[in-house]
Design a protein around this ligand. Structure first.
Ligand code: GAL
Ligand code: CA
Length: 353
């Protein structure tokens, strides 16, 4: 998060938490998880598309930490009820029903299937519960169905473009180190995330566009979905190695887990030096791989900023404060998080000691 925004939010948070603590009553009610709670407890129901996803797990860790930090500012409890949608939209809708029935104050939904967003919006609206979608972006029409619906995420076009620029910078600096066959054309392969996911579609398009806009000639050798998954990416790249040997010059992966899967396959096949490989997310294992000189670079997908914005927005909505004082709200519904390139040059800024 931009330091000015963070400063302003924490000032706001302090004020809001002090007001909440003063107003806290002792009446009891049921929590999202079914336990009785004092009414100075904010109950947030969080449903994930799956817990089996490195980036989503890091959002969860950050949510837990941020909620604890907020609690330590005031006599306030944040009850996070976190459930796994197991990639099943029916399961997730049942979880939403349960959260509402148990009296959650706020719903945070990482939707399994974005085409089901309208159903979730209608359920939340009928129950009068504010709803925050995160990371998996529903269409704008669904977000605007109700004034109490928000989206917290990263602009996929922007981080796709930055991923392309990582490769562009390297190509402009030292094309010979990338251009294995010396034909002046950049031969690449693309590992795509889940089909239909806005991050997969836009990162795929805009990463390559950053190169073609700069008039770099490119040739796509292969592309396939590996569903954000390291093992699936490794299997795809093993097949590509059989077909293209060491002639792939650059591998774009829509996320870090798939980039690491590519590296697994290339190392297993004994390909050295590795082609230039780029991901998106800046997960801990990806940062380690950059440090080891294997992954060339990644683009920050701000898990910490995402969690902070969700907690700040939840507190504002719960306490009846103006949400635009708590977070940088655009068009009344959207919180867009900043993204940045990460390479060996600035790695230390992203590694936690
Ligand atoms: C993307 C992220 C992927 C995966 C996906 C799940 O933003 O880069 O690693 O977590 O979201 O929706
Ligand atoms: Ca070439």
């Amino acid at each position: 998060m931009n330091p000015t925004i963070r400063k302003c939010c924490s000032r706001w948070l302090h004020k809001a938490l002090a007001a909440l603590a003063a107003a806290a009553a002792l009446a009891c009610c049921a929590s999202c998880s079914g336990e009785p709670e004092a009414s100075n407890t904010l109950r947030i129901g969080v449903s994930l598309y799956t817990l089996d996803d490195t980036f989503i797990s890091s959002v969860v860790q950050n949510l837990e930490r941020t909620a604890q930090e907020a609690e330590s500012h005031a006599d306030l409890k944040i009850n996070l009820s976190i459930v796994d949608g197991r990639s099943n939209q029916t399961t997730q809708l049942e979880q939403v029903d349960r959260f509402i029935a148990r009296g959650c104050d706020i719903l945070c939904i990482n939707i399994v299937d974005r085409t089901a967003a309208a159903v979730v919006v209608d359920k939340a609206q009928e129950a009068g519960v504010p709803l925050i979608f995160f990371n998996r972006q529903p269409v704008d029409e669904d977000i605007r169905r109700s004034s109490q619906v928000y989206y917290v995420g990263v602009n996929a076009q922007g981080n796709g473009t930055l991923q392309g620029r990582l490769v562009l910078d390297a190509w402009q600096k030292d094309p010979a180190s990338i251009d294995r066959n010396g034909d002046g054309i950049l031969q690449y392969a693309m590992l795509e995330g889940e089909p239909g996911h806005q991050d997969a579609l836009l990162r795929t398009e805009y990463s390559v566009k950053a190169l073609t806009d700069a008039e770099v000639s490119v040739e796509k050798l292969a592309s396939d979905t590996a569903n954000w998954n390291r093992g699936q990416a490794s299997a795809r790249v093993s097949l590509w190695i059989q077909e293209f040997g060491d002639q792939i010059e650059v591998i774009f992966a829509n996320n870090d887990d798939m980039a690491l899967g590519a590296i697994d396959a290339l190392k297993e096949a004994g390909i050295s030096p590795l082609p230039l490989i780029v991901g998106v997310d800046a997960t801990a294992p990806a940062l380690e791989s950059i440090a080891a000189g294997e992954l060339y670079g990644t683009v920050l997908n701000d898990a910490d900023g995402m969690a902070r914005s969700m907690v700040d927005l939840s507190l504002a909505l719960w306490s009846g404060s103006d949400p635009s004082e708590a977070v940088n709200l655009q068009d009344g519904h959207y919180v867009w998080l900043p993204y940045r390139k990460v390479t060996q040059d600035n790695l230390s800024e992203f590694m936690t000691p």
